[in-house]
Design a protein around this ligand. Structure first.
Ligand SMILES: *Cc1c(COP(=O)(O)O)cnc(C)c1O
Length: 389
């Protein structure tokens, strides 16, 4: 990316997205690279795969996810391979589309849900995540928003954009409300196991005996290979509710007419899931923990920014911007535009994820560059634009 200000020779610091694959310290494991190479050279994966995905890969996903499930086990038939979790999101939203239906989405959230709901003509109703309560869901609001046309609630855990991790009791309450409302839960768990605080990651699938759960996940974030485009949609439905309501048929119908993830990446998946070592995973979470610390400490030091939580998972933090303390910055978009122009630091205005005058910052970059971006450049920027007393 070239600098907006041509006279600024400093490198651009990209804190706007969650793709750290370009940094050497975030390189994927050789286990994954070798698995792809072997699959590619085997000559076994040059053809089309079945529309639901290769059986061996579906089986590997079922086993991988079942390790974290307490009272039910997944079967390969519960797993549908997709082009990243992005396609899994598109798939489930279109499978749920019917006249007058509505879906409950988090605010702040992940805008791809809103985009696909719009395409599928599903009405969106937003519930709030509460910053003072570690970004837990406002569950009373969920109950008030829902009606007989509500089909599902989406939860993103570990959280993008908030960097929070839901506790067991909160997840259980979400499941109980879903049961009461007669809706299904879509659990976006693409940051599963990318946790580095006090709360461990608990899959929503553990509560599927209470309400049906559809999990969306991929190798993009945990293995830091978003360009490999492999994800999955998984039905956790021990009571067969999704099948009874035709959702499974709808999912298969969608897959029959859409394109599939690359076959040799599917072929490599069993090795990737089975052979990746804990050493790799803990190396990544250790870097993220350190980056989250640097990020939090640097932001805490800036007067016009309020941090509500120290990130415990994913790669992001949401912080509140007090524009009234700044002289010539009107709102979050203006702040981000001027930061990019004057400091070559890219961050996302909160309005893009549903909260005006907040900022979403990714800390998934090398800790040194993060310190330079936030501790030096952003701090200087805020000082320079501060209102004179
Ligand atoms: C990155 C991301 C996705 C999509 O990732 P894929 O690369 O398509 O697997 C989905 N949901 C959230 C919350 C994300 O951050």
């Amino acid at each position: 990316m070239s600098n907006l200000d041509q006279s600024d020779l400093r490198p651009v610091i990209q804190l706007g997205q969650g793709d750290p694959s370009a940094f050497p310290c975030f390189q994927t494991t050789s286990v994954a690279e070798d698995a792809v190479e072997v699959a590619l050279r085997s000559n076994e994966f040059n053809g089309y795969a079945p529309t639901v995905g290769l059986f061996t890969a579906r089986k590997a996903v079922a086993e991988y996810l079942s390790k974290d499930l307490k009272d039910h086990k997944l079967s390969p038939d519960d797993v549908y391979l997709t082009i990243g979790s992005s396609q899994a999101i598109e798939l489930i939203i279109s499978a749920l589309s019917c006249p007058k239906s509505n879906i409950l989405l988090p605010r702040p959230g992940y805008p791809m849900y809103e985009a696909h709901a719009a395409v599928s003509n599903i009405e969106v109703r937003h519930f709030d995540l509460i910053p003072e309560k570690d970004w837990e869901i406002d569950l009373d609001e969920v109950e008030d928003l829902a009606d007989e046309n509500t089909v599902a609630i989406v939860i993103i855990n570990p959280g993008n954009p908030c960097g929070n991790v839901f506790k067991y009791q909160h997840l259980k309450k979400i499941a109980e409300i879903a049961k009461k409302l007669g809706i299904l839960i879509i659990a976006d768990e693409v940051y599963n196991h990318l946790t580095f605080g006090n709360n461990p990651f608990i899959p929503m699938g553990n509560f599927s005996s209470i309400a049906p759960v559809i999990t969306v996940d991929s190798i993009s974030k945990r293995w830091i290979v978003p360009g490999w485009r492999l994800g999955w949609l998984v039905t956790n439905d021990p009571q067969g509710i999704l099948k009874k309501h035709g959702i499974i048929d709808s999912i298969i119908g969608f897959l029959n007419i859409s394109s599939d993830p690359v076959t040799f990446i599917q072929g490599a998946l069993p090795q990737i899931l089975e052979k990746t070592t804990d050493f790799f995973f803990s190396k990544i979470t250790n870097i993220l923990r350190k980056s989250a610390d640097v990020c939090y400490d640097s932001l805490e030091d800036i007067p016009c920014i309020t941090c509500y939580n120290k990130p415990e998972g994913s790669m992001f933090i949401m912080v509140k911007l007090d524009v009234s303390m700044l002289e010539d910055v009107f709102d979050d978009v203006d702040f981000c535009t001027k930061m990019a122009k004057e400091e070559s630091v890219v961050i996302l205005p909160g309005v893009a994820v549903g909260l005006k005058n907040w900022l979403r910052i990714s800390f998934a970059i090398e800790p040194e560059s993060l310190l330079e971006g936030l501790g030096c450049r952003m701090k200087e920027f805020c000082k320079r634009h501060a209102k004179k007393k």
